[in-house]
Design a protein around this ligand. Structure first.
Ligand SMILES: [Mg+2]
Length: 336
């Protein structure tokens, strides 16, 4: 019946690894008791009396939201109800469960069912009556495989996160966290095409800190960087919709890209920005417009169509900014 009890079986996990969870699905109570006994030192064994009960147990875990923590399933093939093959199919179709190895338990006379079981996604099989050495070796191998797959998935996840961070760094300015100029160019082209398809307006607010050279000369470049950071935070706080983009254009120049925004709405946003920066009231004794850090804003909006290219929008905002500077700074001008 059972293999030699004296045979030594290597422990299947190191101390640092979590204890594996095994789900044993078998309608025969004697068989369950025997298998659970043989595996009690290797795994935490949970038992289910048939396929439906086993699937319900896994589904309940998934519903709790923690994912499925089963590392291995031992599935009897011949059971009342949906039977082992159908239970296996349903298990493999569950979200988060396709990677759980399943070892099917079959008796000698049901060997033809094994072909079906492997087609349904079985990882291995053990014939009943079960031999201890055979059982422990195969369960151990399946659990090691599951551990390796989990580790690989975890590494893939870490790699994806690292790639995400790299992508962010490549698209954003490190000092302020605003989008950088290259990312702005990409987004401008994308939004231009999107607004063209939808026949909508694309707006641009060009922002320039007034007398910033005098600020740097007075306070030093380190304080200058802190000022840029604070102003960037105010600009970012103005972008409220997902497609709005705050950009560091270069030096003390920033941009707000506002898709689906006409000139009137863009001027409202620009005015909010003007007021918010005045309220921030960073002291600037050398400024000509006021004793605080202020900005000049050039606002433009274009109903995107065949008559224009993105550079027209940038040039229009730039021209308005020039007028704002010329008009005495700490103000906005617009170009419709
Ligand atoms: Mg059975």
């Amino acid at each position: 019946m059972i293999g030699d009890n004296k045979t030594e079986v290597m422990p299947m996990q190191s101390v640092s690894e979590p204890y594996p969870n095994l789900l044993l699905i078998d309608d025969d109570p004697d068989s369950r008791m025997l298998l659970a006994h043989l595996l009690k030192d290797e795994c935490r064994v949970r038992e289910a009396v048939d396929g439906e009960a086993g699937l319900a147990l896994i589904q309940a875990q998934i519903d709790e939201g923690d994912g499925c923590n089963i590392d291995l399933v031992l599935m009897d093939l011949v059971m009342p109800g949906i039977g082992g093959i159908e239970a296996l199919r349903q298990l493999k179709a569950l979200p988060l469960c396709s990677d759980i190895p399943v070892i099917v338990l079959s008796s000698e006379q049901h060997e033809e069912a094994l072909i079906e079981a492997f087609a349904a996604g079985a990882h291995d099989y053990i014939t009943k009556p079960v031999r201890k050495v055979n059982l422990q070796a195969r369960v151990g191998a399946a659990i090691r495989l599951k551990r390796e797959m989990d580790l690989r998935l975890q590494r893939e996840q870490e790699l994806a996160e690292a790639n995400g961070k790299l992508k962010f760094l490549a698209q954003h300015d490190s000092l302020t966290g605003c989008a950088n100029r290259r990312y702005f160019e990409d987004r401008l082209s994308q939004e231009w095409l999107r607004m063209a398809r939808e026949g909508k307006s694309l707006a641009l607010v060009m922002v320039d800190i007034d007398d910033f050279k005098a600020y740097n000369d007075h306070f030093g470049h380190q304080e200058g960087d802190i000022c840029l950071y604070f102003i960037a935070k105010v600009i970012q706080s103005i972008t409220r919709r997902p497609a709005d983009l705050a950009v560091r254009w270069g030096g003390e120049e920033f941009m707000l890209l506002l898709p689906d925004t006409d000139i009137r709405a863009a001027c409202i946003v620009a005015d909010q920005l003007l007021v918010a920066i005045r309220k921030r009231a960073l002291p600037h004794p050398k400024a000509r417009a006021a004793p605080i850090v202020t900005v000049s804003l050039g606002v433009a909006s274009i109903v995107v169509g065949d008559n224009f290219v993105p550079d027209n929008l940038v040039a229009a905002a730039d021209h308005a900014l020039y007028q704002a500077k010329d008009g005495g700074r700490n103000r906005l001008y617009f170009n419709a």
